[in-house]
Design a protein around this ligand. Sequence first.
Ligand code: AVI
Length: 322
Amino acid sequence: MPRSQSLPKPEDRFGAAPGAAQTELAAGLRQTPARISPKYFYNALGSKLFEAICLLDEYYPTRVETAIFADHAAAIARAAGQGGTLIDLGAGNCAKAASLFATLKPQQYVPVDISAEFLHGAVEKLRAAHPNIPMLPVGLDFAENLKLPPQVKSRGRIFFYPGSSIGNFTPLQAAHFLTRIRGECGPDGGLLIGIDLVKDSKTLEAAYDDALGVTAAFNLNILAHANQILGSNFQIRDWRHIALFNADQSRIEMHLEARRDVTINWPGAERRFATGERIHTENSYKYTKRNFVELLDSCGFGSVQSWTDNAQNFLVCHARAV
Ligand code: AVI
């Protein structure tokens, strides 16, 4: 679900098993409080809105992470090693990993994304620009299953998971996911990952509730996507975007709040929402460096090296499989 951005035809991501998506959406809407998985943000419009979020002044993670990779390129190359197998989890348009080719000089590039069809288009373009890097696109729902094909070289694997997408998992889910990555690292592999750091709630809430209303549109669009998949009758104007920092859980929460009493129907069921009732759409966990290093340690990683910006807003870590 995380790093689902930059996919021009993400409807394909749900086309394979529409029944499963309907079942999941309906089950979430029946819960109290209701919930919709953040993976449903990323239809065609949602992916564009996420790209726009990444350009916002308030949304610092993308900008700061890019600057950290640029400012510390040599040290990152020393930590991760050059000439390895770069495995890009949730590659999307492959742009983030491609910007590291000069730094990491991979012997093989393996972009992994749930949408194989989109990956192939992105990789065709990359191959033309980097004819000396063998590329093996893999269509895989890596949050569910990380088994890579045997053509992926097993030595020197660098699993690349930028963008603080790990924050969209609960800490427990993150631990399971990182443990699975650890299991696929091979003899001398590691993980290169971007993490958003805990900071003041004003900065965090602005990043998820920008003045232009782009994040509000991104959040509300999930209802339009639910209507498409489930055949429900959400009226976007009946809902309000909410983003708040839950300091106890160290996470930004996004919700949609009913502006008035509404009844939502979909084939075979309905759900009434009272004014002020919310649908929980996303959590974005924020870590301290210490917490994240402890998490890596508990998942079988060690020799952690990390880089941050001057304001300590964002962290990039490289950790070795131990
Ligand atoms: C994809 N993910 C890392 C973003 C985040 O910051 O949690 C998704 C996002 N939601 C609202 N703005 C950005």
